[in-house]
Design a protein around this ligand. Structure first.
Ligand SMILES: *Cc1c(COP(=O)(O)O)cnc(C)c1O
Length: 490
C-alpha cells in the first residue's frame, strides 16, 4: 500500500483529527502511534463511531479510544506467511513494523496476493481482429486464410521457404522424425539439457535416444561431445538417423560446427527452436539451420496461440508431406483412402489468427524480455555467486527466460533454497531443465559428454529461471530485485 495515515497520540490530537486521517487514507483506517512514532493500534471509522455513540465529543482527546492490540508483522515476514495471517484473521490490511515498532508499510491483500509468475501469455491488440474474421467468414476448421498467412510470416521470420502450422511444437518434432524415416532400431541424438518434448517423439517412433551434453559457452549442444558421439557411433557402424539440437531459453546452439559434423557424417539435423523464435546465430534467424526446425506457440513461450507449433524447412516436398500427414494422410480419392498412417496435428484457423496478431508484437516481446534480464543484471550486478546465462559473441538471444547459476559457497544459499525462499515471497522461480539422461523414463539411454565433467548436471544443480514475462510491471521487477538482494545479502 503506497500511503497510510498515522496520527500521534499525545499532542492534543482529537477524534476529529483521527476521522480526517481515516478520510484522507482512502481505505477506511488510520494508524495510531505514540509520541515516538511507535504503533499503538489501527483505528477504523467504526472504532471512532463507537466512542462517539458512547458519549465522547468529536473534539475530545483520542485517549478515549480503548487500547487494542492490532495484528502486525515484523519487517521481513514472507508474503505467504503474512497472507496466511490475513486469511486467518479475515483482514485485508496488515501493518509491517521495524525492530523499534514503527510502521514501515501496510500490506494490502489485493496487492500481495497476486503472485509474480515465471512467464505468462501477453496478448497484443490484433489477435481478436483475426479471430473475429475467422468467425465472421466461418473459417473455423484446421485450414483457412489465417493458417496460410501465419505460415508465410513464420517462414519469413525463420528465414526459410516453407512452414506447416501444427497443433504443437511436439507434433512438429514428431513429424520431422516421421519425415526423416526414423523407426524402430534407429538411434537419434538429442541435447540432454532440454524439455522432454524434444526427445519424446524419438520414442513415439520406437527409436532410441542418445543424449548429448551442453557446452559452457551457450548451454546448448556441445559440438565436442557431438563429435565424440558421432565418431563412436560410426565405429560401431550405427550412425544416428538424426540429430536434434535444441536452442534453450531463447539462445541458439553453435551451428557452424554442429552443421559441419552432421554434413561430414551424413546425418540429418533437426532444430528444436521451440524456445528461440526471434533469436539469431551469426545474424541468421533461429529455425534456419536444421534440415527441419520446430517452433512452439505454447502458452508460456515468447508468443503464443494458447497451444500450437510450426514445422519449417527449405524443402517444399517435406513441408507438403507434413501437411498431408498432419491432416490424417488422406490419399486423393472421392472416398476415404489411406496408404500410410496419418495424424491429426493441424493448427486451427482460429488459433492461427491469434498467432498472426502475436507476430505483430514479436519484436517488442524480444526487446521486453531482453530488458527484463538487463534489469536483473543491473540491479544484482554486485551480488556474489550469481552468474547469468552466457551469451556468446555470435548469439542474439531473445532471453525468453532470464536464467542464472548460483554458486552456493559465494552466495550463501543454494539454487533450490533460493527458489523456496522466492516462493514464500510469491515469486515463481524454477530450476533449469533437468537433463534427460537423469530422467527415470530415459534410464539406461546413452549420454555423451565432452570429457569427465557433465555440464548439464552442473547447470541443473545450480541453475534458476527467474520471472521473465514481457508483461511484468517495472514495480514487479523492482520487487524481485529487492527480494533477491535481501535473500542473497542475508
Ligand atoms: C515448449 C517446448 C517444446 C514443445 O512445444 P509444445 O508446443 O509445448 O508441444 C519442445 N521443445 C522445447 C525445448 C520446448 O521448450
Amino acid at each position: 500500500m503506497d500511503r497510510f495515515e498515522t496520527v500521534a497520540a499525545g499532542d492534543g490530537a482529537s477524534l476529529r483529527d483521527l476521522l480526517a486521517a481515516i478520510d484522507r487514507s482512502g481505505h477506511g483506517f488510520a494508524l495510531l502511534t505514540d509520541a515516538d512514532g511507535r504503533m499503538l493500534r489501527t483505528v477504523t471509522d467504526g472504532d471512532v463511531r463507537r466512542v462517539l455513540l458512547a458519549g465522547a465529543a468529536l473534539d475530545g482527546d483520542i485517549a478515549q479510544l480503548p487500547a487494542l492490540t492490532s495484528l502486525t508483522v515484523e519487517e521481513g515476514t514472507p508474503r505467504r506467511q503474512a497472507l496466511a495471517l490475513m486469511d486467518e484473521h479475515r483482514i485485508d490490511q496488515l501493518p509491517v513494523l521495524d525492530a523499534d515498532g514503527r510502521v514501515v508499510e501496510v500490506l494490502d491483500r489485493r496487492e500481495i496476493e497476486k503472485p509474480i509468475l515465471l512467464s505468462t501469455p501477453h496478448m497484443g491488440d490484433a489477435e481478436l481482429v483475426y479471430v473475429e474474421e475467422a468467425f465472421r467468414t466461418n473459417w473455423i476448421a484446421p485450414l483457412g486464410p489465417n493458417v496460410d498467412a501465419f505460415e508465410k510470416s513464420i517462414a519469413r521470420i525463420a528465414g526459410v521457404a516453407h512452414a506447416a502450422a501444427l497443433s504443437s511444437g511436439t507434433a512438429a518434432i514428431h513429424l520431422a522424425l516421421v519425415l526423416l524415416g526414423v523407426k524402430h532400431g534407429d538411434t537419434v541424438f538429442c541435447s540432454s539439457f532440454t524439455f522432454a518434448a524434444s526427445c519424446n517423439p524419438i520414442v513415439y517412433q520406437s527409436a532410441t535416444p542418445v543424449f548429448i551434453d551442453s557446452d559452457e559457452a551457450s548451454w546448448n549442444m556441445s559440438p565436442v561431445a557431438l563429435e565424440r558421439a558421432l565418431a563412436a557411433a560410426k565405429a560401431r557402424g550405427a550412425l544416428p538417423k538424426a540429430v536434434i539440437a535444441v536452442n534453450l531459453y531463447g539462445q541458439s546452439a553453435d551451428y557452424d560446427p554442429i552443421m559441419a559434423l552432421c554434413d561430414a557424417y551424413g546425418v540429418a539435423l533437426v532444430e528444436d527452436a521451440a524456445e528461440s523464435l526471434g533469436a539469431r546465430y551469426k545474424g541468421k534467424p533461429s529455425g534456419s539451420f536444421g534440415l527441419l526446425a520446430a517452433f512452439s506457440f505454447n502458452g508460456n513461450k515468447i508468443i503464443t496461440t494458447s497451444g500450437g507449433g510450426m514445422l519449417v524447412s527449405d524443402d517444399s516436398e517435406m513441408i507438403e508431406r507434413a501437411r498431408f500427414l498432419s491432416t490424417q494422410a488422406r490419399d486423393p480419392a472421392p472416398h476415404y483412402e489411406h496408404s500410410v498412417i496419418g495424424y491429426n496435428y493441424r493448427m486451427s484457423n482460429i488459433l492461427a489468427g491469434v498467432g498472426r496478431g502475436q507476430l505483430q508484437v514479436l519484436d517488442e516481446r524480444v526487446v521486453a524480455r531482453r530488458a527484463v534480464r538487463d534489469a536483473y543484471a543491473d540491479g544484482l550486478g554486485d551480488v556474489p555467486g550469481l552468474a547469468w546465462m552466457p551469451e556468446p559473441d555470435w548469439s542474439f538471444s531473445t532471453r525468453w527466460l532470464s536464467c542464472a547459476t548460483i554458486d552456493p559457497d559465494a552466495a550463501g544459499i543454494s539454487a533450490s533454497e533460493l527458489i523456496t525462499r522466492l516462493a514464500e515471497e510469491m515469486i515463481e522461480a524454477r530450476p533449469l531443465w533437468k537433463p534427460m539422461h537423469r530422467q527415470p523414463v530415459f534410464a539406461g539411454c546413452d549420454y555423451v559428454t565432452e570429457g569427465n565433467a557433465s555440464v548439464s548436471d552442473r547447470l541443473f544443480e545450480t541453475g534458476i529461471c527467474l520471472p521473465s514475462g514481457s508483461n511484468m510491471a517495472p514495480a514487479e521487477i523492482d520487487r524481485i530485485v529487492d527480494t533477491l538482494r535481501n535473500i542473497l545479502a542475508g
